[in-house]
Design a protein around this ligand. Sequence first.
Ligand code: ZN
Length: 314
Amino acid sequence: MTIDVLEVKRRLQLLLNDQSLVEEYLRQFGPSAGNQNAKSSYNLRREDEDPIYEIKLTCPVCSKKGIISYELKSKSQTIVLNKFLVPIYTGRPGFKTVDYTLLAPIVCPQCLFASPDKRDFARISESDQIKSQIPDSVITKLQESTDKRKNLLKPETDPMTCFKRPRSAAAAIDGYNLSLARAKVEAWFNLPYAQFKMGAYCLRIAKILKDGGHDNMEILNNAIKFFEEAFRLSNCPLEEFEMQSVYLLVALNLKIGDQKKASSYLNVFNNLQSQRLLEMEEDPSLNCNTINKWRDKARYLWEDRDDPELFKDE
Ligand SMILES: [Zn+2]
């Protein structure tokens, strides 16, 4: 009996729904292995897919090419946010679970420019050239402060290797600290969201420390300072992020035991809502939806404020 290889491939594609798995199957068993034994042993050995793929970026500060950004395949993970809005990842069927928080910061190993946002890097391919979204004035300042970033790493740390996979918790924290150094320069130029980003990086460091069984109070207190600045300076043009800042100030102050301050930020929501209701009389296109959404989340935490388990995962 002759074997129609294309037909076998077509059927395998229907069965496995993944071209790389089809190729792997054919490599192991050949096109004639239509027997059940081969198929079931293959299924037993078939592992869940790695949800990460790599893209190569260019540093906007020192022009180094080929910097690896670890990207998450879409729909590969179920993502829920913890009470400090840090994502927690669980692999969906067919995919491994990867704690992407560890891999998110992209670091230039040469000048230590870092960001979890790939749009901060340049991207050069055969077909297109995408510039970094960071303004030139900030880039110039970052070029002058390379030594400061180098001082953030321990002398024994090798940036050429330590940011690769598998990335340790310590390297991930270095990645966020270097991202903080970048955002600090953005804050100096008063760029929008700079304070919010610094607060968010602190919360990711806090989560990594917590997962490793370490104390994270100091970094949580740093996060509070950044979100206070974000709110004070109206550093977040989008209402969604401004309300997240206020919510996080309620949550973080409850976590560190400052109920009085948490309560005053909860009142901020009420004041903003009253103000918005007045504005809506003039402009019916406005609404309170975002304010109310984050006020309600903050209120739920407030109601449970005396529960010692409230922040057990944070
Ligand atoms: Zn660089």
